[in-house]
Design a protein around this ligand. Structure first.
Ligand SMILES: Cc1cc2nc3c(=O)[nH]c(=O)nc-3n(C[C@H](O)[C@H](O)[C@H](O)COP(=O)(O)OP(=O)(O)OC[C@H]3O[C@@H](n4cnc5c(N)ncnc54)[C@H](O)[C@@H]3O)c2cc1C
Length: 430
């Protein structure tokens, strides 16, 4: 006989843990099954290069209501990296040197023109499909829309690099509507969107958030427990793990990223839209690299272009005799976060005075428990699949940042989705 519980949550990332906490508060028995040997999923603070580094999700902001509510709830300290004193970008083969403000001024006209219709297309980011004509722009990639602007080449490359930083993807793969959703979340301000997505972080790491949620729930949490099969009917579901455990539950919450969800053996099968979204995959397929260089150096920020293996790099920690940089590229297959020589070569596009001591990161694309970094949709995925991706199927519910309304793809979105699903379940079960 399978063991019994009220709710099984598949996945112990932020969305799964929040769902478990909220359901437990309503008196429901919850079991969280997490495939990895650690909790947190795509947030992962790990001690490397002499610092606690965020291998996955990092930045959050007070305009992200769900994330900030957790910051307040647990009294977490928020900090930021050093303010850049220098900025580098490219004008053709020439490297330009200036200030971050100068770079922001350079991209401002392109950003404004690209995003001027944001609040028309996405008037309510909390209801991303509220404009019935959204499909008319959802077929475009962000590259299509940048190309339409016909910007001078220096501005074009600079805008491109900034968007690669946001999309973690080749821009031809990323939906223009994803850029609109991010900007609608800050009511049309690209400056605020930029700050919200890339400046402030938890001083004690995302692990402190994960630990605080875990300490705040009486859910049973099992790591190294991968779910392989779910059979469900109108009364409930039986969840089977690769280790052969079977757990019967009245409801099951799936928190798998878009790129994994359709691969799970679910009987009866998931709807066609969820499967199609998995089969197409997200746009994001990039890489995040941590780089320790010899110091002292001045904190800096650098943008190249979409065609370089690393498009964005900046100083995140400053020591007396070293500094740790964080960098992003559009395509994980082009550069390994463990290849010091390749990373050193990629940095030389801006400057040849940096001595790279060590590099690290994680290949999220190759990781069987994520196979993506953060959600950026492909063209048409928002209007074709999103509503169905959020929709429950009988006793199965779907949480996860990839299926959030406002800050989809962010830590905030993971929390939002956990609240939504917990509310839906408690409405029917308690
Ligand atoms: C490199 C990188 C940088 C990022 N930067 C930021 C940032 O700066 N700010 C920000 O807000 N967000 C950022 N994000 C995004 C953010 O981290 C994610 O959107 C968020 O953490 C996703 O949470 P989730 O719970 O929805 O999904 P996940 O964290 O992916 O959780 C899903 C869980 O399910 C588990 N799982 C998978 N398959 C199974 C199975 N078969 N059985 C059991 N368990 C399974 C996984 O191991 C995982 O723990 C970044 C992500 C990455 C990868």
């Amino acid at each position: 006989m399978p063991e019994e519980t009220d709710v099984v949550v598949v996945g112990g990332g932020v969305a799964g843990l929040i769902t478990a906490r909220e359901l437990g508060r309503k008196g429901l028995r919850v079991t969280v099954l997490e495939a990895r040997d650690r909790l947190g999923g795509r947030v992962w603070t790990d001690h490397r290069l002499g610092r606690d580094l965020e291998i996955g999700g990092t930045w959050l902001h007070w305009v992200q209501p769900h994330a900030w509510a957790e910051v307040n709830r647990y009294g977490l300290e928020v900090t930021r990296g050093p303010r850049p004193e220098e900025a580098y970008w490219l004008a053709g083969d020439e490297v330009r040197t200036g200030t971050l403000d100068g770079f922001m001024e350079l991209i401002d006209p392109g950003m404004r023109r690209l995003l001027e219709g944001t609040m028309h297309h996405i008037p309510r980011p909390d209801k991303p499909l509220s404009n019935p004509e959204l499909a008319s722009v959802d077929g475009f990639s962000v590259q299509d829309k940048l190309d339409e602007l016909d910007l001078p080449v220096e501005e074009y490359r600079a805008n491109e690099a900034a968007w690669v930083g946001h999309f973690n993807a080749p821009l031809g793969d990323g939906a223009f509507t994803s850029a609109l959703r991010w900007t609608a979340a800050t009511t049309g301000s690209w400056h605020l969107m930029h700050e919200a997505s890339a400046v402030f972080r938890l001083a004690s790491g995302t692990k402190s958030l994960v630990e605080a949620i875990v300490a705040d729930t009486d859910a049973e949490i099992r790591t190294s427990t991968e779910v392989s099969r779910i059979e469900h009917d109108t009364d409930g579901a039986v969840v089977t793990t690769t280790g052969g455990e079977r757990i019967s539950a009245r409801r099951v919450v799936l928190t798998l990223p878009q790129n994994l969800l359709g691969d799970l053996d679910v009987s009866p099968g998931l709807c066609a839209e969820k499967k199609a979204a998995t089969a197409e995959g997200t746009a994001s397929k990039g890489v995040k690299v941590w780089i320790r260089v010899r110091g002292p150096i001045k904190p800096f920020f650098a943008y190249s272009s979409a065609s370089h293996p690393l498009s964005v790099v900046r100083t995140e920690f400053l020591g007396d005799d070293d500094a740790v940089l964080v960098s992003f590229g559009a395509d994980a297959s082009r550069i390994s976060p463990h290849d010091r020589d390749a990373v050193a070569e990629a940095l030389r596009v801006w400057r040849d005075d940096l001595e790279v001591l060590e590099v690290t990161g994680h290949d999220w694309m190759a990781d069987p428990h994520s196979r993506e970094t953060w959600l950026m949709q492909k063209p048409n995925q928002l209007t074709r699949y999103f509503a169905a991706q959020q929709r429950a199927e009988g006793v199965l519910h779907f949480a996860g940042s990839d299926y959030a309304n406002v800050w989809a793809g962010f830590i905030d979105g993971a929390i939002e989705s956990g609240h939504r699903v917990a509310r839906d379940i408690t409405t029917t079960l308690t």
